[in-house]
Ligand binder design. Structure first.
Ligand SMILES: Nc1nc2c(ncn2[C@@H]2O[C@H](COP(=O)(O)OP(=O)(O)O)[C@@H](O)[C@H]2O)c(=O)[nH]1
Ligand SMILES: [Mg+2]
Length: 175
């Protein structure tokens, strides 16, 4: 079974890192230099089209990960990326409390187009002052059905835990 999974979330939430940590193929990155000052505070490049990676779970399950560009000015790409997706990981930067809510319009966009399981990954849990998953859930005003999982996107095992949990939800949904 080949499963297409979307990895989304606001700018600098860790999408590219998440896919790179787990992918068994070289991640196809499509990055451009960023120009505005607030963007440069975070990093000096941004994903313009998508990141793409692959992870084999077992002999009959392969996940294809598609990272979305985080910025709304590229949202025409999101429409295209939605096609055939069976699950969504929404990353948030838990260490930047004031930016957690930036994930809300992103979640709304996908909710209106994709009736599939979602998990929210409260990323950057390794950073001091990172907010716990329960706080992220409250700020985003998420339904009880949406699980918020702790995540460190730089850590392969952590990324794997998030994906396996999403996979469980997908299997349940496909029954
Ligand atoms: N400490 C820490 N830094 C992270 C983590 N995930 C991503 N980062 C860093 O956050 C920045 C943005 O990550 P990136 O993957 O480019 O974000 P994207 O814009 O969502 O693709 C980079 O400097 C990453 O190294 C994490 O779990 N912990
Ligand atoms: Mg990126």
């Amino acid at each position: 079974m080949k499963l297409k999974i979307l990895v989304t979330g606001p700018y600098a939430s860790g999408k590219t890192t998440f896919i790179q940590s787990i992918s068994e193929i070289d991640v196809v990155r499509t990055e451009e230099n960023v120009t505005s000052a607030w963007e440069l505070e975070e990093k000096n490049h941004t994903t313009v089209a998508m990141d793409y990676g692959r992870i084999t779970i077992d002999e009959d399950t392969v996940l294809y990960l598609f990272g979305t560009p985080g910025q709304l000015r590229f949202d025409f790409m999101w429409e295209i990326l939605c096609r055939g997706a069976l699950g969504v990981v929404v990353l948030v930067d838990s260490a930047k409390g004031e930016r957690i809510k930036e994930a809300r319009p992103i979640i709304d966009f996908f909710y209106s187009r994709l009736n599939v399981p979602y998990v929210v990954a409260a990323n950057k849990q390794d950073l001091p002052g990172a907010w716990p998953p329960e706080y992220v859930k409250t700020v985003l005003d998420l339904d009880d059905s949406v699980e918020v999982l702790p995540c460190v996107a730089t850590d392969r095992e952590s990324v794997k835990r998030v994906l396996l949990r999403l996979l469980e939800h997908i299997m349940e949904h496909l029954k």
